[in-house]
Design a protein around this ligand. Structure first.
Ligand code: AHR
Length: 612
């Protein structure tokens, strides 16, 4: 393998090449990175017709002692449903009558930590309630606090902290009373007090994202943005402002309710916390089953312009002032928007696209606009800065896609591969080594074609193990554990690529059809590195002589390393019980030199990092 590191043939990779695509799918947000522990906190999920289902809330006690039902009784006009709890016993045994919420398949409560409870109550009588966190279906109490209040005839906000005396991964939140009477309850939130920077993100999960050093964050989804029906699509305006006043909505594609605590503002905040460019995918007036006619699209266009003003308008502007009131007077640097998701073939897309495009271009000429139409094999019918390209397939197909953009026209918009993955069940399982190697080959191809491909992100990012509606995913978690699939770890090989310099490589080998390689150089502070990544997508051990020409400095052998991602079986996966079965292994590289021998084990991704 020959690497030519001469600057004459080198090219800079775009600063934004590798990033993340976050979709509210598989409970990635609600019950995932958004740390809210209460599910259906406003009792809104059962719908507006009362009485409605309060799932997953349940009663404690039997029907002779307690009766609950939802009513249109809230003090919040946009989410009018509240719970009416009627207790029939005079001296109910402590803790035996009330309601409980199990969160998202159990709440992870940890000894020594505090949890912030915030809720609204109302009653004609003084109330005596106990808020507690319990384990084993209520048998063990690990945190509790009493709420005694004589002044609740109007809705009253209750705020207190619960201190955990024990650890329980599947706790539930209980609200009980010993006193006869009627109490209305609404907007019950329980958050760990140690979320990332107090921004509401679950720390371990955001740290896994940070470890990939993403350069952009595409949000809030793909199909989630569209909805099966427009009435269930993501509407940014309903997700901003005080959380108590957000109506929440049912995501009808992935079939679950979200309280929208993780709303448009929080996505912008997440991008900022990750040091990533926000990419706002908005609904193009098109869902899976209905479309807004272009002639009546004007209010939707106005709404999108408002969303941009919310992100980047001054604190004095109409929408920027709402952002500032939420705690972020600084503008969010929104520079990319995508008009819809996978909607190119929809009847009204072309017309709707142009309406959005023209309005955004005029108001915000610097914003990069992303089209849903694939321009890789023929020119687009409309202007765009980038076009979206999605690919899901089997491992061989994805590996061979490494050459896809070599043949693409260099004229016109740049490529955004915003969703890629091996998702064939046989090849990928729940996330296999094989899938990750095929994807690595594809990404190396994207690096080489990064004069035209400017962005790429794996999909989907997260899965809560209790709701696998899409398989595989990069990060698997439950209430208290998380691990990366091999596809997650594969991405760590590319975290230095964005903004680095790519050099031509040439492989001469009888196995070259199953090999793919790239070479990049980058600076880490004052230290310079050359990274040669090679995927061996075949069953043979390959011996290569690597020679690098044009190096301006010698190789510092002592600081050079080699990192390998492989496993004994190509279908090996990680799991909660064996999270590190397929992870990169890094070691010293005593033979590191301008000319050196390399051994590539079958089905592997190897990174030779030479310190210069
Ligand atoms: O990533 C899962 C889904 O795949 C996305 O919602 C959609 O854009 C694509 O079809």
């Amino acid at each position: 393998l020959e690497v030519n590191t001469s600057w004459v043939v080198a090219r800079k990779i775009p600063q934004t090449l590798f990033g993340l695509f976050f979709e509210e799918i598989n409970h990635a947000g609600a019950g995932g990175i958004w740390a809210e522990l209460v599910s259906n906190r406003g009792f809104e999920a059962g719908g507006l017709n009362t009485p409605s289902n309060i799932d997953p809330w349940s009663i404690i006690g039997d029907e002779s002692s307690i009766y609950v039902q939802t009513e249109r009784a809230s003090c919040f006009s946009k989410n009018i449903i509240a719970l009416r709890m009627e207790v029939h016993c005079d001296e109910c045994p402590a803790g035996s009558v009330g309601i409980y919420n199990p969160g998202f398949w159990g709440m992870n409560i940890e000894e020594g930590k505090t949890y912030n409870l915030l809720m609204y109550i109302r009653s004609m009588e003084p109330v005596e309630l106990t808020a507690s966190l319990t384990c084993f279906d209520g048998l063990q109490n690990i945190a509790s606090a009493d709420i005694v209040d004589n002044n609740v005839s109007d809705w009253r906000k209750i705020e207190l902290q619960l201190f955990a005396r024990g650890t329980c991964r599947t706790s539930r939140f209980e609200l009980t009373t010993s006193k006869r009477g009627v109490i209305w309850i609404d907007q019950v939130s329980l958050m760990p007090s140690d979320t990332y920077k107090g921004h509401g993100f679950r720390k371990e999960l955001i740290h896994m994202l940070m470890d990939l050093r993403p350069k952009f964050l595409r949000f809030p989804g793909g199909c989630f943005v569209e909805g099966e029906w427009l009435r269930n699509a993501f509407r940014w305006r309903e997700t901003i402002g005080p959380w108590e006043e957000r109506p929440g909505h049912y995501g009808d594609v992935w079939k679950y309710w979200t309280d929208d605590g993780l709303g448009y503002y929080e996505f912008l905040q997440l991008a900022e916390d990750l040091g990533a460019e926000p990419i706002w995918v908005f609904n193009a007036g098109i869902s899976h089953n209905d479309e807004v006619d272009t002639t009546t699209l004007a209010p939707f266009v106005e709404d999108v312009l408002n969303s941009i003003e919310f992100a980047r308008g001054s604190s004095e502007s109409t929408w920027g002032s709402i952002r500032a009131a939420m705690g972020h007077s600084k503008r969010f640097p929104l520079k990319y928007v995508a008009i819809g998701n996978e909607d190119c073939e929809k009847q009204l897309y072309q017309g709707n696209y142009l309406m959005f495009y023209n309005a955004i271009r005029e108001a915000y000429p610097d914003i990069q606009i992303i089209s849903n139409c694939d321009g890789s094999s023929k020119p687009l019918h409309h202007p765009a800065d980038l076009y979206d390209f999605h690919v899901y397939s089997n491992a061989t197909f994805i590996f061979l896609m490494k050459d896809k953009f070599t043949r693409t026209s260099r004229k016109g918009p740049k490529v955004f591969v915003s969703e890629y993955a091996v998702n064939d069940a046989t090849d990928a399982g729940n996330g296999s080594l094989l899938a990750s190697l095929a994807e690595a080959g594809f990404l190396i191809g994207l690096e080489k074609n990064s004069d035209i491909v400017h962005m790429a992100s794996y999909a989907p990012l997260f899965v809560n193990d209790n709701d696998r509606s899409w398989n595989p995913d990069a990060i698997v978690f439950n209430s208290w554990q998380q691990y990366g699939t091999p596809s997650y770890w594969m991405q760590t090989f590319f975290r230095e690529s964005s903004g680095s310099v790519i050099h031509p490589v040439r492989i001469t080998s009888s196995y070259s059809s199953s090999l793919e390689a790239s070479a990049i150089t980058w600076k880490d502070n004052e230290d310079m590195f050359l990274r040669i990544k090679i995927v061996n997508f075949g069953s043979h051990t390959v011996n290569l002589t690597i020679s690098a020409t044009g190096l301006q400095a010698g190789v510092d052998t002592a600081r050079s390393t080699v990192t390998v991602l492989t496993s004994s079986d190509l279908l090996d996966e990680n799991s909660f019980s064996d999270p590190n079965k397929v992870v990169p292994v890094r070691s010293g590289l005593p033979g590191a030199a301008e000319k050196m021998q390399a051994l590539l084990v079958p089905y592997s991704l190897t990174s030779f990092d030479l310190a210069l």
